[in-house]
Design a protein around this ligand. Structure first.
Ligand code: UD1
Ligand code: CA
Length: 419
């Protein structure tokens, strides 16, 4: 998208979160609220992004310094004041200025694009993103005239009785013409009740000035603005539902979607079954025809081939598992590489961390690890090798292909030869 600059309003205190963390740094999926907003703007093809920051500015800057420009809002006098802080960075830019909030992480890149097109098509001063919801409480309401044209936005605390009944709400995302935005931001007066400048007042101001304002609808699942922990849980649950739906549509069985958490970038092959209470995080890839869970946790950096079984109370972290392997009960595998058809007995633990560094465990094709074994990394278990139940295989005592080891510490099991 050419001729578009974006401004993210992200300076707010987030008082209702009751948190030491700046609101926009709270986790959404495998990212943060602000990370999601930046990601969607970039996916829409917008390169020029300014984030207005204030509360917790140092942390926000340190995390996103390579991704966007920053403007600091000195004192937090509301969304109108935040937008004013950013306009200087726009110079005399006369194209599309997409203004969005750092706390509406579910607005998609498609919607951002649609909003820009809506403004361009209507040659309007402003295209406003709105949504019809069942419970409009706390959102700005969209007031239209008898002809259906947008007149103004009224905030919850200024809305009259009839206005409170309006179910069309302001999502907090707007596409302005740069010149008109600069000109009319100056006219926003302070809201005496809250001692804040409301960006939303600009819609009424534009109308009074005879400028054109149009509205574009978005899906209800995109509009949630996060002001509280309750909203945050809602956003994460919407995102989870969306991911699980995508996976189900591509041929994955998820037995109990409400009790399964899967991050949005996870890839899963068809006919794999995910049992309840499973958590799959980050950039995990899982092949076809696997059985995962119940109560499994697959963490970032893990790749699982097809026909693999991962059962209850198994944690897999930064681990690769080959075709047809089985890890069925009470196991931790960290920084491990498993070959094909490996069998991991119940309660096997890789001791991958020595307090300073993480080390690798390699378990080759068709190896058999007995119940309750501890594998102290770095360690390599050879092809077709067997580790006896309860053994502790100590670091660097690699087990050769086809060998059997057992005991604490594990020793090579010598077959008795006839004398
Ligand atoms: C705002 C809108 C409301 C809309 C809702 C959508 C206003 C006045 N109201 O309400 O119409 O329905 O979002 O979620 O804009 N911010 C700053 N600096 C400030 C104050 C706020 O950068 O001084 C940022 C916040 O970080 C936030 C955004 O502006 O990202 C909106 O502020 P917030 O206080 O969350 O407004 P809402 O009450 O949610
Ligand atoms: Ca908000």
């Amino acid at each position: 998208m050419n001729n578009v600059k974006a401004v993210i309003l992200a300076a707010g205190r987030g008082t209702r979160m009751r948190s030491d963390l700046p609101k926009v740094m709270h986790t959404v999926g495998s990212s943060t609220m602000l990370g999601k907003v930046i990601g969607s703007l970039k996916d829409a093809g917008i390169k020029d992004i300014v984030a207005v920051i204030g509360h917790g500015a140092d942390l926000v800057k340190s995390v996103f310094k390579d991704e966007v420009q920053f403007v600091e809002q000195k004192e937090l006098f509301g969304s109108g004041d935040a937008a004013r802080s950013a306009v200087d960075t726009l110079g005399d830019f006369d194209g599309n200025v997409l203004v969005t909030c750092g706390d509406t992480p579910l607005v998609t890149s498609e919607t951002y694009k649609k909003l820009v097109h809506a403004r361009e098509e209507a040659s309007a001063s402003c295209a406003l993103l709105t949504c019809k919801v069942d419970d409009p409480f706390s959102y700005g309401r969209i007031v239209r005239d008898a002809a259906g044209d947008v007149l103004k936005i009224v905030e919850e605390n200024s809305a009259g009785r009839d206005e409170k009944l309006i179910r069309e709400i302001n999502v907090g995302t707007y596409c302005f013409n740069g010149r008109d935005l600069r000109k009319h931001l100056k006219s926003i007066a302070i809201n005496e009740k809250k001692k804040e400048f409301y960006l939303t007042d600009i819609v009424g101001i534009l109308n009074t000035d005879g400028a054109r304002v149009v509205a574009e609808f978005c899906a209800a699942e995109e509009m949630i603005g996060v002001n509280s922990r309750k909203d945050l849980a809602k956003v994460n649950s919407v995102l989870n539902e969306k991911t699980i739906l995508r996976l189900m549509e591509s041929g994955v069985t998820v037995i109990d979607p409400a009790n399964t958490h899967i991050d949005e970038n996870v890839e899963i092959g068809k006919d794999t079954v995910i049992f309840p209470h499973t958590v799959i995080e980050g950039d995990v890839k899982i092949g076809p025809n696997c059985k995962i869970g119940p109560f499994a946790r697959i963490r970032p950096g893990s790749t699982i081939s097809g026909n693999v079984e991962i059962g209850n109370f198994v944690e897999i972290s930064r681990t690769t598992i080959g075709e047809g392997s089985r890890v069925k009960h009470h196991t931790y595998l960290g920084d491990a590489i498993l070959g094909r058809k490996v069998n991991i007995g119940a309660g096997t633990i890789t001791a991958n961390y020595d307090g300073k560094q993480k080390h690798r465990t390699v378990i080759k094709d068709e190896a058999f690890i007995g119940v309750g074994a501890k594998l102290v990394a770095p360690i390599e278990i050879g092809k077709g090798a067997r580790v006896g139940a309860g053994s502790v295989v100590t670091r660097d005592k690699n087990v050769p292909d086809g060998a059997t080891v057992a005991g604490v510490p594990a020793r090579l099991f010598e077959k008795k030869t006839k004398s």
